[in-house]
Design a protein around this ligand. Structure first.
Ligand code: KG4
Ligand code: ZN
Length: 334
């Protein structure tokens, strides 16, 4: 079964076709990074307009690659994300479904991220534990089945990716932050500064990143106010070390809670080399089977939406003509 996926929840417009949830037949992504970089972050209104501009061209290329007659259904990210941005993809998908008579499948963006691991690892099947770390979310979930999720922990405040973006901004690196912090960290000392790691004894798989965000802002501002020299490389490396300690530590502990001990990782932050290395080490030590997504599939893309769309369709999750976009939605409800 070939599914056309559409993604427009943030700053990437993407259209792809995936066969049986596992094989990418066609995939196009139009990034808006250069546009938003001018403003130091994503401007929702500009994002929505840029999606509107890009989507038809991307869809026509993906459809041309496969042939409209070979597409069996249309999957679209309906939540969570920037509402104006989501509405572009949802409206486009609804129109395409109406014009072609093909089924319309609503996909939760974060379930889509997890499906990037189905594209990378053909042998990965639920049940497994998943760490999802993106620009807007940090979740540890238990994926009992493709469409049966339960939450083990979430962030109580900021997401890990958001924290990378803020750290980059305070260091004057610009947007998007994650990649720039990672590059800078390569020449820094990870033990130079001790940034906070927050734990909740009663909620061991929950995160809090606001403390580390404030700590890095205060560190940099203090140094600047005192006119003292400091190493941005050390800040980037020490900050990364703190975030990686928390993300990897909690995720591996969560995976050990279930049988079989399998951990899948997804979301933009999972592209981070330090996080990947730490997860490999910790999983080996704890006999946890680790599934990392292809680096090219960590960020937002439509192949992951089409992949998850396949499993949503098999579970009977098909939308009617009243499908709407939602800025937030419970990953467990789909
Ligand atoms: O999943 P994603 O592409 O979009 C959302 O759904 O939010 O995640 C984007 C986030 C951004 O905050 C970005 O800074 C972060 O992922 N990110 C990284 C890296 N690449 C992207 N964070 C750390 N290290 C990276 N290499
Ligand atoms: Zn995302």
């Amino acid at each position: 079964m070939n599914i056309l996926g559409i993604e427009s929840s943030c700053d990437e417009t993407a259209v792809a076709v995936v066969k049986d949830g596992r094989e990418i037949l066609s995939s196009y992504i139009a990034s808006q990074i250069d546009t938003h970089a001018l403003y130091g972050g994503v401007v929702p209104e500009i994002a929505a307009r840029a999606h509107c501009e890009a989507i038809t061209n991307l869809a026509s290329k993906a459809i041309a690659d496969v042939g409209l007659e070979n597409i069996d259904a249309i999957a679209v990210t309906y939540a969570p994300g920037l509402i104006g941005a989501l509405l572009v993809g949802v409206s486009f998908a609804k129109s395409l479904a109406l014009a072609t008579g093909k089924p319309l499948i609503p996909v939760h963006h974060l379930r889509g991220h997890v499906a990037s691991d189905f594209l990378t690892h053909k042998d990965l099947k639920p049940p497994f534990t998943a760490l999802i770390a993106s620009g807007g979310h940090s979740h540890i979930v238990y994926v009992k089945d493709y469409t049966d999720y339960s939450i083990m922990g979430t962030t109580k405040d900021d997401a890990a990716g958001e924290c990378f973006d803020k750290a980059a901004r305070v260091l004057g690196l610009g947007y998007p932050g994650g990649v720039k912090i990672e590059a800078l960290a390569k020449n820094g000392n990870k033990d130079a500064i001790r940034f906070p790691r927050v734990n909740f004894p009663d909620e061991p798989y929950c995160f809090s990143f606001s403390g580390i965000k404030t700590a890095i802002i205060n560190y940099v501002h203090n140094k600047e106010q005192l006119g003292e020299e400091y190493s941005k490389e050390d800040v980037a490396a020490s900050f990364t070390e703190a975030v990686v300690d928390v993300l990897a530590g909690k995720a591996v502990e969560a995976a050990k809670h279930h049988t079989p001990k399998k951990l899948a990782v997804a979301g933009g932050v999972s592209a981070n080399g330090y996080l990947r290395e730490r997860l490999i080490t910790l999983c080996e030590k704890n006999n946890v089977e680790l599934y990392l997504p292809d680096k090219a599939l960590c960020g937002d893309n439509a192949a992951m939406i089409a992949a998850q769309g396949y499993y949503e369709y098999l579970a009977g999750n098909v939308a009617d003509e009243y499908l709407n976009a939602m800025p937030t939605a419970d990953i467990c409800k789909g």
